[in-house]
Design a binder for this molecule. Structure first.
Ligand SMILES: Cc1cc2nc3c(=O)[nH]c(=O)nc-3n(C[C@H](O)[C@H](O)[C@H](O)COP(=O)(O)OP(=O)(O)OC[C@H]3O[C@@H](n4cnc5c(N)ncnc54)[C@H](O)[C@@H]3O)c2cc1C
Length: 248
């Protein structure tokens, strides 16, 4: 007799939500006691019995933005005019979802001699919030460099949070860059380029030190353009790990 295992996932509910940027929402779901994950992984969330639906369906994949040691599961997303997101914006807290996962392997490497270069475009920041918070909590010795590209300060979730973490942790360097900087902006401007990566990487490495492992997450066109920049910066393709947020 053969048996088939069917994963029914976890029953969770919407626990909180708040804006973290223009048309950008962070939301939390209750965390099942037996749900374990590694920083950088994803979960699939499905509305159970939502008030509306559309052709795109009731399920989306999201990177887990909270770290494994944090008590709740947090996600963040850009709000767009789809049924899934309208429900997310308006439904009552306590509404039911099914969660499946964890999935994915965009997780930090073990060899702390090699720096981690994390590169996020917009909402691609979500897995890196988890990775950075987890690395700091576990006092990992890795040097971590986070490049974070956004259109503007107002569309960049967790900007203040990463700035504060960088002040506290010398192993963590935060490099936000915006297309439309405010007059007071003293950071990087424009897209993340090969020149920017090479220049900032030099600040944290010395001659002969081990090369970085690079992680890239964001909408597919952004991930593709960063791959080109990393090639120009002479990063070995074997040392590049990417997460395409397909759907954007
Ligand atoms: C690994 C991974 C991690 C992601 N993490 C995040 C995150 O942290 N935050 C976030 O906002 N978004 C994330 N996304 C994208 C997210 O799943 C949604 O596609 C996106 O938010 C757009 O949804 P929408 O309702 O705004 O638009 P829609 O127009 O409804 O876009 C969704 C469309 O994408 C298609 N789609 C969904 N998943 C996939 C897939 N895996 N492969 C191909 N097509 C797909 C759907 O069928 C649908 O047509 C992630 C996607 C992936 C694959």
């Amino acid at each position: 007799m053969s048996s088939v295992t069917v994963s029914l996932g976890y029953a969770v509910t919407l626990a909180s939500r708040h804006e973290v940027g223009i048309r950008t929402l962070a939301f939390e779901v209750t965390r099942p006691q037996d749900f374990q994950f590694v920083a950088g992984q994803t979960a699939d969330l499905t509305w159970i019995d939502p008030p509306e639906t559309d052709d795109e369906g009731n399920t989306r994949t999201f990177s887990i933005a909270s770290a494994p040691h944090e008590p709740r599961l947090m996600f963040a997303t850009r709000l767009r005019d789809t049924a899934f997101k309208r429900v997310l914006e308006k439904t009552a807290l306590g509404s039911a979802l099914r969660m499946e996962g964890p999935f994915g392997n965009l997780t930090l490497h073990n060899n702390a001699k090699r720096p981690a270069v994390l590169i996020a475009g917009g909402i691609g920041i979500t897995p890196f919030r988890s990775i950075v918070r987890s690395a700091m909590n576990n006092k990992l010795p890795h040097k971590i460099l986070l490049f974070y590209a956004n259109k503007s300060v107002e569309t960049a979730p967790f900007l203040d949070e990463f700035t504060a973490i960088a002040k506290e942790h010398p192993n963590f360097t935060f490099i936000p860059t915006v297309d439309e900087p405010p007059p007071s902006w003293s950071g990087e401007k424009g897209h993340i380029s090969a020149e920017m990566i090479t220049r900032r990487l030099k600040d944290i490495t010395s001659e002969g030190s081990a090369g970085p492992i690079c992680y890239v997450a964001g909408p597919p066109p952004m991930v593709a353009s960063i791959r080109v920049a990393l090639k120009k910066a002479e990063i070995d393709p074997d040392d590049i790990r990417t997460e395409d947020f397909s759907g954007y």
